[in-house]
Design a protein around this ligand. Structure first.
Ligand SMILES: Cc1cc2nc3c(=O)[nH]c(=O)nc-3n(C[C@H](O)[C@H](O)[C@H](O)COP(=O)(O)OP(=O)(O)OC[C@H]3O[C@@H](n4cnc5c(N)ncnc54)[C@H](O)[C@@H]3O)c2cc1C
Length: 434
């Protein structure tokens, strides 16, 4: 008799940890595990700003699935749709061929993409930072702006090439701004023809505070540190219109700028909306057992799922989309999938947030582990220690540590790889195809 098949959609924090836990809980005779994933790695997204900033190489934050998983069968491709009544999913493999796959249990862990709005020019000209392609592109693009400004005789072109805008004052926007600002400031020493006064970094957010996740004091501290480094931070402000050479802001100003980085929130991966499931702001609604009410063989975890936050009282409170929740939800989902096959009781997901770390580049950081507020070099030590402990493999850990040391000693080599086509590198091009 064939063993039940568990299919996992996605290999991020949620998908990877589901597979890894299932391998431990179920012997091969009890279930076959299949993971549909477009790439051969699980990505450690929190260090993407350091890849964009040239502190780390892309491979350092890519956990190798072929090494990390022992008996999960990897199906290289993307889920394009599913018939949850018939218990089948449609997969497009990376060579474009299509296959339909039956499942006995399905785990939806397709994560999220950058959320965009109907702001004129945003989808055409802004860049995101949610995957490795975008991190590599952004780094190339920023270095290219310095190189082109250096050879330009046109003052307007120089100003626009040296004008950088980041939209979003959450951890992702703040870390991206901090790391890239440091890259450009240090890089200017190698472009003596460029006047440092022309370099501008602007960070805007519609909210009245920076880093609201970290509380009042640390938000203010991050703002103070970045402002001292020359970042122009404007709160209560957002983007009104984006053009190739300038950005119009809601405070009435126009910034000369050829680089706009949009990090204002996330929305579930596009495939999720094709499933027509009950959702909360696009995220699949599940119970605290991570199961769909109408399809008890289907589970959803991570950024793609709206999971009641029992640690904050449940009710309407949903878990925020963080790696911490995705990882822990995955372990509970795996337990519940195994329990459903072995006739055991399911568990409920309950996790109290352990805090957040925010790398501001160099030796600067702000962090609140377990409610303790830290700044400066101590916060940076905790931040780096946390990342080292949580990157997904020993080889990744060794690469991250080695590259931090090399970068600290030797600085940035400023190599522009030129791998991506600028005509197809907007965040919608890169992230939003199903
Ligand atoms: C710059 C940045 C910094 C961050 N910093 C932190 C931090 O400090 N702390 C923290 O807790 N969180 C942080 N996060 C958030 C955290 O990374 C996410 O919450 C986490 O990645 C969510 O995990 P996930 O598995 O749900 O989704 P993802 O990690 O996005 O993984 C989803 C996976 O599904 C795959 N996929 C998508 N569509 C399909 C499909 N149709 N078929 C098959 N596979 C598909 C994707 O390729 C990917 O492998 C950060 C995020 C960013 C972008």
């Amino acid at each position: 008799m064939p063993v039940p098949r568990i299919v996992i959609m996605g290999a991020g924090f949620a998908g990877y940890n589901t597979a890894r836990t299932l391998e431990r809980l179920l012997r091969p005779a009890k279930a076959e595990i299949v993971m549909v994933a477009p790439f051969g790695y699980t990505l450690y997204q929190p260090l993407l700003p350091q890849v964009a900033g040239g502190v780390l190489d892309p491979r350092a934050i890519a956990g190798p699935l072929h090494r990390l998983l022992s008996r999960t069968q990897l199906l290289p491709g993307k889920v394009r749709g599913a018939d949850l009544h018939e218990r089948t999913i449609d997969v497009e493999k990376i060579d474009g061929t299509k296959v339909s796959l039956h499942y006995d249990r399905l785990v939806l862990a397709a994560g999220s993409v950058t959320r965009t709005f109907d702001i004129p020019g945003l989808k055409e000209h802004a860049h995101g930072l949610k995957n490795l392609a975008e991190a590599v592109y952004l780094r190339d693009h920023v270095i290219a702006q310095l190189e082109l400004a250096n050879v330009s005789m046109d003052p307007a072109e120089r100003a626009a090439r040296l004008g950088f805008l980041v939209v979003g004052g959450g951890y992702s926007g703040v870390e991206t701004c901090a790391n890239l600002q440091l890259l450009t400031t240090k890089a200017l020493r190698r472009f003596p023809r460029l006047d440092p006064a022309l370099l501008t970094w602007t960070l805007i957010d519609i909210a009245p505070k920076l880093l609201p996740e970290l509380g009042e004091r640390l938000g203010r501290e991050a703002m103070r540190l970045l402002s001292r480094r020359g970042v122009d931070i404007r709160l209560g402000t957002t983007l009104e219109r984006l053009e190739p050479h300038c950005a119009h802001l809601t405070d009435g100003t126009t910034l000369p700028c050829r680089t706009a980085i949009w990090t204002a929130g996330v929305t579930p991966s596009p495939v999720i909306s094709t499933l027509n499931l009950p959702a909360d702001r696009g995220r699949v609604r599940v119970g605290a057992d991570l199961r769909l009410a109408d399809f008890p063989d289907v589970y959803a975890v991570g950024d793609a799922a709206a999971v009641p936050d029992l640690a904050r009282g449940g009710g309407d409170a949903m878990c925020p989309p963080t790696a911490q929740h995705a990882t822990r939800q995955a372990r509970v989902a795996a337990h519940n999938v195994a329990a459903s096959l072995l006739g055991h009781e399911p568990r409920q997901y309950r996790h109290k947030d352990l805090g957040l770390v925010v790398d501001l580049g160099g030796v600067q950081a702000v962090a609140r582990p377990l409610g303790v507020e830290l700044t400066g070099i101590v916060a940076q030590a905790v931040t780096r220690g946390y990342h080292l402990a949580t990157v997904p493999s020993v080889s990744a850990r060794a690469r991250v540590l080695g590259q931090w040391l090399i970068h600290a000693a030797a600085g940035d080599d400023l190599i522009r790889l030129g791998l991506l086509d600028p005509r197809t590198s907007s965040l919608v091009d890169v992230e939003h195809s199903l």
